[in-house]
Design a protein around this ligand. Structure first.
Ligand code: DP6
Length: 319
């Protein structure tokens, strides 16, 4: 028995940074993201007779580092008395480099696991289970513009706009494809424990979410860009103020920010966001994507540029 699911990563315009409950991996703040269309992770889960322990292949190579996290996610979905499975994942973009690979991986994993174990869980529950594995993964269960709400006991995701309601393009400038030095989960905990800006970050998030929600509702790119850049730079200020400091940027990341500022000054409606890695994501109208792409590709230190529209939520491909 086997099931294959696909999910796309999402890029947060109002970020999740910090955990309220480590054991259940509940985020300390809500967040808003855009699900991408062209980057993806396909996840196959197969129940194999005679298999004793779970096995994991990532892009064709055995991966023992991620296996524990994958097994744990499967236990959360199907219980610990489930049969062992062979899991195989394939992504068309660099993993663990601040490109939200855990989001697409765990979103696809819960959908494939739900099918292979014949659970038929509602999407809301799948989102909550994916969030236990990786907070941002919950958002990839839905397409378009997604808000993750965070109440006392659980998380929930809602659609602010569908995948075709506001056809923006996301241009990703890769400045270093290798894995990041500190995982976002660990870095969040360092921030919570040591950053003097952490409490202020948490306190201001409701206001940032309301502002982004209003901008999305009005499809006002400039308004969304202003709050998204502010929220992103505030999150990085929390990281920079932590001990030890977490500096995810390299010189090309900074050069890309400068490129976006130059584009903005020349009248292009575009904004940037950066996650826990050195890649910059630029968000603009479809009509401006070629200009933004060319400018980022010509920026010193950019090794590759990827582009995506707004995509659908995680879904089953085959059983
Ligand atoms: C900076 O979802 O990777 O991308 O729950 O520990 O797996 P875990 O964290 P993760 O964190 C994402 C952080 C971020 C911002 C965001 O996507 O909202």
């Amino acid at each position: 028995m086997r099931a294959t699911a696909i999910a796309q990563p999402n890029i947060a315009v109002v970020k999740y940074w910090g955990k309220r409950d480590l054991a259940r991996n509940l985020p300390a703040v809500g967040s808003i993201s855009i699900t991408l269309s062209t980057l993806y992770t396909e996840m196959q889960v197969e129940i194999e007779t005679g298999l004793v322990d779970d096995a994991l292949l990532v892009n064709g190579a055995e991966n023992r580092t991620l296996l524990a996290r994958v097994s744990n996610c499967l236990n959360i979905v199907a219980g610990t008395d489930r049969p062992a499975v062979r899991v195989s994942s394939r992504s068309n973009f660099p993993i663990a480099a601040g490109l939200a690979s855990s989001a697409s991986a765990f979103a696809a994993l819960v959908v494939a696991a739900d099918a292979v174990f014949a659970l038929s869980l509602p999407r809301a529950q799948l989102a909550s289970l994916a969030g236990r594995a990786s907070g941002s993964a919950a958002r990839s269960l839905l397409g378009g513009f997604v808000e993750l709400e965070n109440d006392a006991n659980d998380i929930s995701v809602t659609n602010l706009l569908g995948a075709t309601d506001w056809p923006l393009e996301i241009v990703v400038a890769i400045t270093a494809p290798g894995p990041k030095p500190v995982s976002s989960g660990d870095a969040m905990e360092i921030s919570r424990r040591t950053s003097p800006f952490y409490d202020l970050w948490i306190e201001q998030q409701a206001g940032d979410l309301a502002e982004a929600r209003a901008a999305i509702e009005q499809r006002d790119l400039q308004r969304l860009g202003a709050i998204a850049e502010h929220n992103c730079l505030k999150m990085h200020s929390v990281m920079l103020g932590s001990r030890p400091p977490m500096i995810y940027w390299n010189s090309a990341t900074v050069a890309c920010m400068q490129t976006i500022r130059e584009l903005q000054a020349s009248g292009v409606n575009v904004f940037f966001t950066i996650d826990a890695g050195p890649q910059l994501k630029a968000i603009c109208a479809a009509t401006d994507a070629a200009t933004v792409r060319a400018a980022l590709a010509a920026t010193d230190g950019v090794v590759e540029v990827m582009q995506s529209g707004v995509g659908e939520g995680a879904r089953l491909l085959s059983t």
